[in-house]
Design a protein around this ligand. Structure first.
Ligand code: NAD
Length: 365
């Protein structure tokens, strides 16, 4: 199969759909790989790295789309790419269709086969192609939180790990899922005192089993949240209720109970945020202050660390890419029903009910 890796053209997107290691595997399996010139540069992979494993470098994005049977990328296609997509071409990438009717209509019109990373499932019913980005964001939440606790950037002026003779900072984590556990691990590693809350006792038992004793688990209730925000310096929001907006666990009136200069990193901002005062920010202008509390609410946190994010993402996408390339999408999806859950739009037909529901369309999937 001919596989194309275009350069991402969405604003500030530096990740790339495949590393030279992935290209190496595809070439080993007798496929042809076209990489757009400079596609990997933002992630630290250069044309020569791709060429050295057998990829063909093409000068423009038009060439890559025109030559390829399957396009592997990171973000959903943007308007400039819509007309480049060919009928029957397979697109394997993040789409998040429910958040854009224009994208959905464009992909229906293209007659392409759209397989979305975010709906591929594993045996446990979790989303294996989303997990690495939550891992990155969870770990980054502490790195960013620690930075914004510094006084020159309006934080409280404390060092999370403390020093001999000075107690460490206190980190409160809402949600003990992928984001929450990775955040807890980083905070604990820095020596901070960590409290992690969840409504799922299984998750709390797991955290209690694997984390050091200065990571305390508690049930997530309004009472406990009100109690802890008075004493904690950094709060990380990592709550998710699948398919729903995040619940507002900290309301505006509660901010006055927090220390001035305390920091909130609401990772769940992409689902509306679990703090009432959360509004999406960007890497260019990541924070704002309300009631003396610093808010960091960047909706694409992994974008700031494209090397780590690209490698983490492509580690998990590669086995699926190989399956799709070796067998063709129809046989691959027929044999692997969990990969088939990634099928969102197939040659002009929407095959995932949630998309039509999101737009209130009357056509049945
Ligand atoms: N901002 C970013 O760049 C970025 C990057 C990756 C992920 N995310 C987002 O981070 C959020 C968390 O992702 P995840 O992969 O950790 O999800 P997850 O499903 O692994 O974990 C969510 C956890 O929240 C818990 N929860 C639900 N209701 C709760 C409540 N009332 N109190 C406490 N805990 C509660 C669940 O039991 C679960 O353990 C998602 O919204 C995800 O989209 C954002």
């Amino acid at each position: 199969m001919k596989i194309g890796i275009p350069k991402e053209i969405k604003n500030n997107e530096n990740r790339v759909g495949m590393t030279p290691a992935g290209v190496f595997e595809l070439i080993k399996n007798n496929h042809t790989v076209y990489v757009q010139s400079t596609a990997g540069e933002g992630s630290g992979f250069f044309d020569a790295d791709y060429e050295s494993v057998g990829a063909t470098i093409l000068p423009t994005i038009q060439d890559v789309y025109a030559e390829s049977d399957m396009i592997v990328k990171v973000k959903e296609p943007i308007e400039e790419e819509y007309d480049l997509i060919k009928p029957n071409q397979v697109l394997f990438t993040y789409f998040h269709f429910a958040s854009s009717e224009a994208l959905t209509l464009a992909m229906l019109k293209s007659n392409a086969v759209c397989i979305a990373y975010e709906t591929v499932e594993d045996e446990e019913g979790t989303l294996p192609l989303l997990t690495p980005m939550s891992e990155v964001a969870g770990r980054m939440a502490i790195q960013q939180g620690a930075k914004y606790l510094e006084k020159p950037i309006k934080g409280k002026g404390i060092l999370l790990g403390g020093v001999p003779g000075v107690p460490p900072g206190k980190v409160l984590i809402l949600g003990a899922g992928v984001v929450g556990i990775q955040a807890a691990k980083m905070a604990a590693g820095l020596g901070a005192h960590v409290t992690i809350l969840d409504v799922n006792m299984k998750r709390l038992r797991y955290v209690n089993d694997i984390m050091p004793s200065h990571v305390i688990t508690e049930f997530s209730s309004e009472y406990n949240i009100r109690k802890h925000i008075k004493t904690h310096d950094l709060i990380v929001g990592g709550v998710l209720i699948k398919g729903a907006k995040a619940p507002k666990l900290i309301t505006r009136d509660m901010l006055k109970d927090m220390h001035p200069g305390a920091v909130i990193v609401d990772v769940a901002v992409d689902q509306g945020g679990c703090i009432e005062t959360t509004k999406p920010t960007t890497h260019e202008d990541p924070t704002y202050i309300i009631d003396d509390v610093v808010h960091y609410c960047v909706a694409n946190m992994p974008g700031a660390v494209p090397y780590t994010s690209t490698v983490a993402l492509t580690n998990v996408t590669l086995p699926y890419i190989l399956k799709l390339a070796n067998k063709g999408w129809e046989v691959a999806c027929d044999e692997d029903k969990l990969l088939a859950k990634g099928l969102n739009i197939v040659k002009g037909t929407c095959v995932l009910e949630e998309i039509e529901e999101a737009f209130g369309w009357n056509v049945s999937c």
